[in-house]
Design a protein around this ligand. Structure first.
Ligand SMILES: C[S@@+](CC[C@H](N)C(=O)[O-])C[C@H]1O[C@@H](n2cnc3c(N)ncnc32)[C@H](O)[C@@H]1O
Length: 510
């Protein structure tokens, strides 16, 4: 990678085309925005400052801040040539080391903060050993598993917007920024949860490929701030048609909703946060982070691993498997994949494999270098060859599953193969079932129009992983069963005291 490329990543440097900045300023004017002060916090070449000053002739003060001296010089010269009576204050400075609270205090209202913050994540900056970061990084205070699995990673733009809204405090104004749609949702969620003085919010989607040459679901997020109650709704538009509302996202009982109107008719199916546990808890497939070693194809009775090596190991720890992509496929899944599952629960000792299945142990030892090199800290301080996402549920004979990566709600019943439960990879979610009848009944519930409509209220289809166990778990399957006359059958098939212990110890081996 060239130094220029690295610097582009580090500073999230995507300068906004003039036409897009002008379109944004016009949309803001159409909303009734009429600022006395305009700020572009990471102003680059100053395109937004120029567009906003052209659109808002009554502004009295404008401020631009930029860290890159070359951009700063251009922006400075550009603003000097503008015919505008506002005082324009350009500063070569680091956003993260700037006293924004003080800046906002001194400005005439209403204030417009406009622009396009850097497009880079904290983990990208970490891998570049960059210091272009806020001082305190884990600002959402995520710990433990979330921090390990990357949920603690965040976009710098998210940090910037959340803090700008906080620093504006009770001042009257608008924050309008180009960000990823996922960032916009996180900012809204945070503002709604923390009861920020958000009087109105809108999201305008636009084509980032055309504007910046990047395939990202991007938008203009507009937050109108005014002291008073928080309005927990955000209308979604296309920037090209800023008067036609497409749908409305919102916030209800601590949850972000992809479509508030859909949920309004379906609240009875919402699982209450502290409702007693049912057997239908959504689980993830097995995580091992080493597919080439732990997954196999079987061809005419011969196992082959991901390196193309023929492998001779015992059946003891081998399970038939399905990949998430096979769960999502419309075709009948193949029957040739297998996975080595070394533990029945997280943290279980593995040294007994040496005597239980010596060839398996030998195979694992021969690939120990790769398995020990797995980067995720979930494997640290665990028995060697550990896997993750295992428990009794993993070995349930029947499962109703869905893949988290695909943009469709398609559930599949998965039953045992070769006398053993089929395990899933970690791109799939499932509810464990005891019998075919039970799995088919649960599948029917999940494929019902009521379930689809309910789940659509929560699914943001542009997310990397639109379907999550959290979203699926919001549907109260028993309430749905009661509504469509399946509850009695479900209770018959799954009596309260169903013996879970021993699941997976199916009689015959492959
Ligand atoms: C996505 S670009 C947008 C530039 C400009 N706002 C526009 O819309 O054309 C992000 C800008 O942030 C600047 N930047 C990155 N880190 C910064 C920091 N810590 N302080 C100030 N500016 C920064 C980059 O140099 C770059 O010009």
């Amino acid at each position: 990678m060239s130094t220029k490329d690295i610097s582009t990543i580090e500073f999230g440097d995507f300068q906004t085309p003039k036409a897009l900045a002008a379109q944004v300023a016009a949309v803001l004017r159409g909303r009734g925005v009429d600022p006395k002060s305009i700020i572009e916090p990471t102003c680059g070449l100053g395109t937004f400052l120029e567009a906003a000053l052209e659109q808002f002739p009554d502004a009295k003060k404008a401020i631009g801040v930029e860290i890159n001296p070359e951009y700063f010089k251009v922006a400075n010269e550009r603003c000097a040539t503008l015919r505008h009576h506002a005082t324009i204050d350009m500063r070569l400075a680091d956003f993260f080391r700037y006293d924004w609270r003080k800046v906002f205090l001194d400005l005439p209202e209403p204030i417009l903060v406009i622009g396009n913050p850097p497009w880079v994540t904290a983990s990208q900056l970490g891998s570049l050993q960059s210091e272009n970061l806020p001082k305190k990084s884990n600002f959402q205070r995520r710990r433990g598993f979330d921090a390990i699995t990357g949920k603690a990673n965040f976009d710098i733009a998210e940090w910037i917007l959340i803090h700008l809204i906080e620093w504006m405090d009770a001042r009257h104004g608008t924050v309008a920024m180009l960000v990823k749609q996922s960032v916009a949702r996180k900012v809204l969620f945070h503002a709604w949860k923390e009861k920020a003085p958000l009087a109105d919010a809108s999201l305008y989607r636009f084509d980032a490929k055309a504007a910046f040459g990047v395939s990202v679901d991007a938008c203009l997020l507009v937050c109108d701030l005014r002291p008073g109650p928080t309005v927990k709704k955000c209308e979604v538009y296309d920037l090209a048609t800023p008067h036609c509302v497409d749908h409305t996202i919102g916030y209800c009982r601590g949850m972000l909703l992809a479509d508030i109107e859909t949920l309004e008719n379906q609240e009875r199916l919402l699982r209450q946060p502290h409702a007693p546990a049912t057997p239908y808890r959504w689980r993830s497939g097995v995580k091992h982070d080493c597919a080439k070693v732990m997954e196999f194809r079987c061809d005419q009775g011969r196992l082959q691993n991901g390196f193309g090596e023929c492998v001779d190991i015992e059946n003891t720890y081998l399970y038939p498997m399905l990949k998430g992509s096979e769960v999502a496929s419309d075709n009948k899944p193949g029957a040739d994949r297998f996975m080595l599952v070394t533990q029945r629960e997280i943290g279980e000792a593995t040294d007994h494999i040496q005597s239980d299945a010596p060839k398996t142990w030998q195979y694992l030892q021969s690939h120990a270098r790769l398995l020990d090199a797995r980067r995720s800290s979930i494997y640290r301080k665990r028995p060697c060859f550990s896997v993750f996402g295992v428990g009794q549920y993993t070995f349930a004979p029947w499962k109703v599953s869905i893949c988290g990566l695909y943009k469709k709600l398609a559930f599949r019943v998965v039953g045992p193969r070769c006398g053993k439960p089929v395990v899933l990879d970690d791109t799939a979610y499932f509810v464990p079932c005891l019998s075919k009848e039970e799995a088919e009944l649960v599948h029917g519930l999940l494929e019902s129009p009521q379930a689809r409509q309910f789940l659509r209220a929560f699914i943001f289809w542009d997310s990397k992983r639109p379907i999550t166990s959290e979203v699926l778990g919001r549907l109260d399957l028993l309430a749905l069963a009661a509504e469509i006359d399946g509850l009695a059958e479900l209770q018959r098939l799954r009596p309260e005291n169903a013996a879970w212990v021993g699941l997976g110890l199916l009689p015959s081996e492959p």
